[in-house]
Write a protein of this length. Structure first.
Length: 565
């Protein structure tokens, strides 16, 4: 299929575009009306304003993949198309004829819903010379292993490449960390007992207490109540003597019987005597999508029922629940020597969410920019979170396939909530988190393409597209994402989840409704103050050194006694 087959009308003149912008002088939202032409290319909808000697020409580029929903309105006198974007921006376009409106609508419906990965923007918009292989290998499990286990001679864990060909588990990476005395054959048999072949693997090791987090898919007991001695052996071998093991099953207890009837299940105390299973319910990805849509409805259709709608969306319930569970895991690991196995259904969504948030609280490395990128690589990209499925639609899109769900967005929102409470403890700033969201749903970079590492290798992502981390680490961009107030904090973070401690992410969800100028000016002023403070400190250090040199010279010449100094 060629892109031109999907474009019925490449250009339409005499088009009116309406969008809301913030008038800084009046400090209010106004509707901007622009007249111009509309151009349709393989990946962009481009609006160009008509020539005007008093105003410079303006171009508005809308990436097809950023379009979340299209609504057509045709009457006798009006032929309008409303475009709702995944970043929450909304455009209204009036066409001169119904035929033009229908043609553009049909083309955009096809171009904005491409499911073939090879036809997506990152494969077309970047020059091959921009690809930096080192950014595609930014994360390595070997580096994590060395960080977790500095003394490898006494280490009880090992790196296994049992999944090197992705046949054991298509959603796992090639290499995983497992108990040292568990051989690969045992892992193969255990994989047959876990959903999607996701046998228990090490996610995080807390050096201060020698406690850890494992993650996996649900066990496949089924109606016949099967058991797997190899799976039991992995969990038994992983748990050191004297430690308590906890299995956080991130599902409601009421659904477990249904899971068993469909071939799934849960760990029984009889077969796993060293591990205590606890149900910790969280909404599934499809429920999160509904919650997200209700949240954005409350934000974009502001009324006197705003707080009621906000509460009814349950978005803040999910934030509180996620941070609470991460808090519980961190508390047990750091203060009570507990060890954890996390799983829900397949271990692709909430499992990764709670594991990641727990590490944010426990590990100061994850609060640095490079450490956070490594966390995303390890716990989301390589751990098999299906980004292409979950992020195919945003808040406005219909979910006929019921695979969409803003799990990673919930993670970013939780990180933002925690960083607001500990604003000095995070090296990266809010702009970095917003940039990740934007590239999650629509991106020129290939980092979030595909649903797992296996798919990315088949698509040759690393040789055909540019990594998002190349963009982040470039000299001109890196400064934008660094928190100027950052100070290293080695302590574990203990965030509050009280209602008054949480806030709506207005700079993301309301960014096209609020006046961002004061916030931008405040950030700029903070940077200036930090730079000024740094220059003052450097000047003080220089003067101290000069004074010390003068004192030493005076002592050497006998003009000054060392006792006097």
């Amino acid at each position: 299929m060629d892109f031109m087959d999907l474009i019925e009308m490449p250009r339409v003149d005499s088009v009116k575009l309406f969008r809301q912008i913030h008038d800084y002088e009046m400090n209010q939202l106004i509707t901007q009306k622009l007249l111009g032409s509309l151009n349709l290319t393989s990946h962009h909808l481009i609006f160009i304003t008509q020539a005007d000697p008093e105003k410079p020409r303006e171009e508005i580029w809308i990436v097809h993949s950023s379009i979340d929903n299209l609504e057509k309105s045709i009457t006798e006198t009006k032929f309008q198309l409303m475009i709702k974007c995944k970043n929450f921006q909304i455009f209204f376009i009036d066409f001169p004829t119904a035929y033009c409106c229908n043609s553009i609508h049909k083309s955009l419906e096809s171009l904005s819903n491409l499911t073939t990965e090879n036809m997506k923007l990152p494969f077309f918009c970047q020059m091959i010379s921009n690809i930096k292989s080192e950014d595609w290998s930014f994360y390595s499990i070997e580096n994590d292993f060395k960080r977790f286990f500095p003394d490898q001679d006494s280490c009880e864990w090992r790196i296994s490449d049992v999944n090197n060909d992705f046949k054991i588990s298509p959603s796992y990476p090639k290499k995983v960390i497992v108990p040292k005395n568990i051989d690969d054959q045992t892992l193969v048999k255990a994989s047959q007992f876990r959903s999607m072949g996701r046998f228990p693997v090490l996610s995080y090791f807390h050096k201060k207490t020698n406690s850890f987090i494992l993650r996996s898919g649900q066990p496949l007991l089924g109606p016949s109540n099967k058991r797997c001695k190899e799976d039991e052996l992995i969990l038994k071998s992983a748990l050191p003597k004297g430690k308590q093991g906890y299995i956080y099953d991130l599902r409601d207890a009421s659904v477990l019987k249904a899971a068993v009837s469909k071939g799934g299940g849960y760990e029984t105390e009889m077969n796993y005597p060293l591990w205590k299973r606890i149900n910790k319910n969280m909404d599934r990805f499809d429920q999160l999508h509904i919650s997200f849509s209700k949240l954005m409805d409350a934000c974009l259709n502001f009324s006197n029922q705003f707080f009621y709608k906000l509460d009814a969306s349950t978005w803040f319930f999910n934030i509180r629940q996620a941070i609470y569970l991460a808090f519980s895991v961190a508390d047990e690991i750091h203060n009570k020597n507990g060890c954890f196995l996390l799983h829900g259904w397949d271990g692709l969504d909430n499992t990764l969410l709670i594991s990641s948030l727990s590490q944010i609280l426990l590990d100061p490395e994850c609060r640095t920019l490079n450490g956070f990128i490594s966390l995303i690589e390890r716990e989301w990209l390589q751990a098999g979170h299906p980004f292409s499925k979950r992020c195919f639609k945003s808040a406005f899109g219909s979910t006929s396939q019921k695979q969409e769900g803003p799990v990673f967005l919930l993670f970013l929102d939780c990180v933002r909530q925690i960083s607001e409470q500990f604003c000095l403890s995070f090296e990266y700033n809010e702009d970095f988190l917003i940039m990740l969201f934007d590239n999650l749903y629509t991106s020129e970079y290939g980092t979030f393409l595909g649903n797992n590492q296996n798919e990315r290798e088949q698509l040759l992502i690393s040789s055909r597209t540019v990594s998002l981390w190349t963009y982040v680490k470039s000299e001109e961009n890196l400064k934008k994402f660094i928190n100027p107030l950052y100070k290293i904090n080695e302590d574990v973070l203990w965030p509050s989840i009280y209602t008054q401690s949480l806030s709506i992410w207005s700079n993301l969800y309301l960014r096209f409704q609020i006046n961002s100028k004061p916030n931008t000016e405040a950030k700029s002023e903070i940077v200036k103050m930090v730079d000024s403070n740094m220059q003052a400190r450097l000047k003080v250090d220089k003067l101290r050194n000069e004074l010390l040199e003068l004192q030493n010279e005076a002592i050497n010449r006998g003009f000054l006694s060392s006792d006097t100094v």
